[in-house]
Design a protein around this ligand. Structure first.
Ligand code: ZN
Length: 339
């Protein structure tokens, strides 16, 4: 007998569903298209049908322990309502948990997708050997998740860990949240493309201009490709990404003193291009990081003042589960965060 849970990663494009056993072993995974344009009832029907199919198929093998669903948006954790979801506009103020539980007759846990990804990396990924960790997911936006004592930290209204909306430039670029100069406006895929377009408009980025002209879907990946070929402007943009990350991580390390900070999402593939400036900022700005850094001090800012302490180290590292982090984390939800 292998008892298992089912995790759902509800994205704006794909609906991914996995049965995972208690040890984190994948039992079966299935991917459907999220038919957003058909409306939420269709999406929920598709999801419930796929979940039923999976649980029917594996019911002889073990007990279904619950269902966790990662949703891109703000969730009211008490009522299980989706408050707001930019990728699923007609889900706003929708009592998703009640509706899905009614259809399936099984307990369901809803969670913000960035929190699910953090829980996935904690359970089976980069942070599996620590109990406390924070994660930044660098995608279209910048998501944040905080896991304390193995459980997601929600805060009062389920809105904790919005690290993507901490300010790095007081009068900087306007962010979708209404603030100026958020981390998201400097370290998301959207921000990389915006900074590249600004560089092109200034006339000082011939390499980027050429790439944008020949590629209608000019993306953060195209900017990264130029950066690894040595293009100065593309490299400068990823230095800026690293600087913004380093500023926010310095505040996080000073405030939280966690053993591990994990960076995931598509933009994390550009790690080699942004990590040097990120670590430079960390050593410079965070006395807690300077005292616990695995790297040697570079002797400026905080790291000039603070001596290395003991054997406890602050690790800032890449995520290892890729796009499966949110899926595994969702499957973990009914096991740890559902009570
Ligand atoms: Zn913001």
């Amino acid at each position: 007998m292998t008892d298992y849970s089912i995790g759902v990663d509800l994205g704006g494009t794909n609906l991914r569903i996995a049965a995972v056993d208690e040890q984190g072993k994948l039992v079966e995974k299935t991917t459907l298209e999220t038919r957003v344009a058909m409306g939420r009832d269709h999406v929920v029907s598709d999801m419930c049908a796929a979940i039923r199919q999976l649980s029917e198929k594996h019911k002889a093998a073990g007990k279904l322990l619950g269902i966790g669903i990662g949703v891109p948006g703000i969730i009211d954790m008490e009522t299980g309502m989706v408050r707001e979801s930019p990728n699923l506009p007609d889900w706003a103020d929708y009592p998703a948990r009640t509706e899905i539980e009614r259809r399936l007759g099984t307990r369901v846990v809803l969670e913000n997708d960035a929190n699910s990804a953090a829980l996935g990396e904690k359970w089976l990924g980069a942070a599996k050997d620590v109990n406390d960790m924070a994660m930044l997911t660098l995608g279209t936006g910048v998501g944040g998740g905080l896991v304390l004592g193995g459980r997601i930290w929600h805060g009062m209204a389920g809105m904790a860990a919005e690290f993507g909306h901490t300010t790095v430039e007081p009068d900087g670029a306007l962010c979708g949240c209404g603030n100026r100069g958020c981390l998201e406006a400097y370290a998301s895929a959207t921000a990389v493309v915006r900074m590249a377009r600004e560089a092109i408009a200034s006339g000082a980025a011939p390499g980027l201009a050429q790439a944008a002209k020949s590629d209608v879907e000019f993306s953060a990946k195209a900017v990264y490709n130029l950066s690894i070929q040595g293009d100065q402007e593309a490299r400068r943009i990823f230095c800026q990404v690293g600087r913004a990350l380093g500023i926010v991580l310095s505040d996080m390390v000073n405030a939280l003193n966690l053993p591990m900070y994990v960076i995931g999402g598509g933009v994390a593939s550009a790690w080699d291009s942004f990590a040097p400036s990120m670590f430079e900022e960390l050593l410079q700005r965070s006395m807690v990081y300077a005292a616990t850094s695995p790297e040697p001090s570079h002797g400026r800012g905080a790291s000039a003042k603070v001596k290395a302490m003991g054997t406890k180290k602050t690790v800032v590292t890449r995520a290892v589960l890729g796009s499966d982090a949110g899926l595994y984390g969702a499957a973990r939800l009914p096991l740890v965060n559902g009570s």
